[in-house]
Design a protein around this ligand. Structure first.
Ligand code: PLP
Length: 422
């Protein structure tokens, strides 16, 4: 039996209707921007394996550092004990983050980084004896799948079975130069004094449909929130580590976040790790002779030494000038392709931010048809041995930075072939 056949006896896959989904492809090896299946076919990973991979698969430098660390220390309890990889990663990460971040809190993944951020923000006010419990978020937001993270995400088919159990969150539109007065009025009517925090994905809403919005309007909205003493939680889980061009999306705005969430590209996509950072002001509100002001949160694998080591290795590669050059190169390639794409009658809303390109395929607008289109797109690119996963009728390219121009060309030509025949 193949891995794919054996999988079908024992595995339950994420976001997958197991009754109707096609058999999974068994991947046995990765190299650069490609993954190889058990029959030896290669697949070009044009979406970075769910947006996590930045330097390519089975990256040798990361693999060496990981192997060496595995011989030294793999994991140890992180309360009352510490280890070099966790300390060094925090020391090196804090200075490169926007907004004078002063402390690192480790967890396991993006959703847990969000849970920690929400607890930090809510307990910050609690510890100060100020009653503020409302949370503000954007329409179309996605911050993860655990209950707190689901609560601050837009309600959708993904949250529907649980909607009654999610805590209340106030959603506003993403800012444009025109709607700022309305957004401020909406915040005003909620009573800014009662809003603990505003959580947002800066410039790019990934799971919400690769939606992009502009930095100037965001900055004005953030400035207003700051004036109203609303804590700013920047979810850079997707946008961090260069996806939007700059190292972090928050480098595009002048207003400093109070809390930043990181995961995905943090380890270059090789291991699971989450980080929540905060300013000294947030951290100080938890310092007390009383244990009641403690942040009572942790996970068994908090600050796993292997994951921290891999994150350090990824940071080494990320901070080399070659990495920024690769991102600029991808952006320039995308820009040329966008011009060709914009001329095709069957696509709309072509957009580009850093290394992320997205557009919609025009459909008759019926949901049923959109789903059919997603299946059709899936089949088409699978046959072309290109990994692209549409979000409804939105197609996007979000490649690892090591992807070559030739490989990008293959993705572009396949997309054109599809949209020109639609
Ligand atoms: C993926 C993602 C998350 C959740 O991260 P997981 O590691 O999948 O739990 C949160 N926020 C954003 C913006 C994401 O893209």
């Amino acid at each position: 039996m193949t891995w794919s056949e054996r999988d079908q006896q024992v595995i339950w896959h994420p976001y997958t209707q197991m009754q109707t989904a096609p058999a999974p492809i068994g991947i046995v090896r990765g190299e650069g921007a490609s993954l190889f299946d058990e029959a030896g076919n290669s697949y070009l990973d044009a979406t970075s394996s769910w947006w996590v991979n930045i330097h390519g698969h089975a990256q040798p430098y990361i693999a060496q550092k990981l192997a060496a660390q595995a011989m030294q220390l793999q994991h140890c309890i992180f309360a009352g004990y510490t280890h070099p990889a966790a300390v060094e990663l925090a020391e090196r990460l804090l200075p490169v983050l926007p907004g004078r971040q002063s402390r690192v809190f480790y967890s396991d993944n993006g959703s847990t980084a969000i849970e920690v951020a929400l607890k930090m923000a809510l307990q910050y006010w609690e510890n100060k004896g100020i009653r503020k419990q409302k949370i503000l978020a954007f329409n179309h937001a996605y911050h993860g799948d655990t209950f707190g993270a689901m609560s601050v995400s837009s309600r959708s088919v993904f949250t529907a079975p649980f909607d009654d159990l999610l805590f209340e969150v106030h959603f506003i539109d993403t800012p444009t130069p025109d709607n700022l007065p309305q957004l401020k009025a909406a915040i005003e009517s909620l009573g800014p004094d009662s809003i603990a925090a505003f959580i947002f994905e800066p410039l790019l809403q990934g799971a919400g449909g690769m939606l992009m919005y502009e930095a100037t309007a965001l900055d004005q909205l953030l400035q207003y929130c700051k004036q109203q003493q609303i804590l700013l939680i920047a979810d850079e889980i997707l946008t961090g580590f260069g996806r939007t061009g700059k190292n972090f999306a928050m480098e595009n705005v002048a207003t400093a976040p109070d809390i930043i969430c990181l995961s995905k590209g943090l380890t270059g996509g090789a291991l699971a790790l989450g980080v929540t950072t905060c300013t000294a002001d947030i951290y100080d509100a938890f310092l007390s002779e009383s244990r009641l002001k403690t942040l009572f949160h942790g996970h068994s694998f908090t600050a796993n030494a292997l994951a921290c080591t891999v994150a350090l290795a990824s940071l080494d590669l990320f901070l080399q000038p070659e990495c920024a050059q690769q991102r600029d190169r991808i952006h320039a390639q995308h820009q040329q392709f966008l011009q060709r794409l914009a001329a095709v009658g069957t696509v709309k809303h072509t957009r580009l931010l850093g290394t992320v390109l997205a557009f919609e395929i025009i459909t008759s607008g019926q949901d049923v048809y959109t789903n059919q289109l997603a299946d059709e797109l899936h089949r088409f690119f699978r046959a072309k041995r290109i990994m692209l996963r549409p979000l409804g009728n939105t197609l996007y390219i979000l490649p690892p930075y090591c992807i070559t121009n030739e490989e990008l060309g293959r993705v572009y030509e396949s997309i054109l072939e599809f949209v020109e025949r639609t």
